[in-house]
Design a protein around this ligand. Structure first.
Ligand code: HNI
Length: 141
């Protein structure tokens, strides 16, 4: 459950990302694959070195889903249900990968926003993204 102040931080930061979903997502994936190469095992179909077009395309889809989550912070389970089915039953992404993506997401935010990305904003985004990850991984068992 997010506090009123945490909701403000989520909305403020999302306003900065909105409209830049593809490049933000591509940078997020590049960081994820580079810092944590084991995550690439789920993207074998993109080849050893995913090209920018593939990164932008998947990055955009991923960030658009985060945008849906931002619009449904109180109802994540219902809003993300099809995506949770996909990750659990079709893709079978091990849940241990999600905190890695949550971490890289914050690194991309910090790299771009620098001093504008306050400690309180980071705390709010960590809580929110962890909530998204919980929903996306809870259908595994
Ligand atoms: Ni994820 C497909 C969203 C975490 C591996 N993923 C998607 C799609 C969305 C999405 C949206 C596209 C669905 C569709 O085409 O119908 N993924 C998210 C979100 C998170 C997340 C919001 C976490 C916050 N995914 C992860 C993680 C991994 C992952 C941590 C593995 C390391 N996702 C995948 C793979 C696909 C995928 C693999 C399929 C890619 C493809 O090319 O079709």
């Amino acid at each position: 459950m997010l506090s009123a102040q945490e909701r403000v931080h989520i909305a403020q930061v999302w306003d900065l990302i909105a409209g830049h979903e593809a490049p933000f997502g591509a940078e997020l994936l590049l960081r994820l694959f580079t810092a944590y190469p084991s995550t690439k095992t789920y993207f074998r179909h993109l080849g050893d070195y995913p090209d920018p077009v593939q990164l932008l395309s998947h990055g955009q889809r991923l960030l658009e889903a985060v945008g849906v989550a931002v619009q449904h912070v109180d109802n994540l389970r219902a809003a993300l249900s099809p995506l949770a089915d996909l990750h659990a039953h079709v893709l079978r992404v091990d849940p241990s990968n999600f905190p890695l993506l949550v971490h890289c997401f914050q690194v991309v935010l910090a790299a771009h926003l620098q001093g504008e990305f306050t400690v309180e904003m980071q705390a709010a985004w960590d809580k929110f993204l962890t909530g998204v990850a919980v929903v996306l991984t809870e259908k595994y068992r």
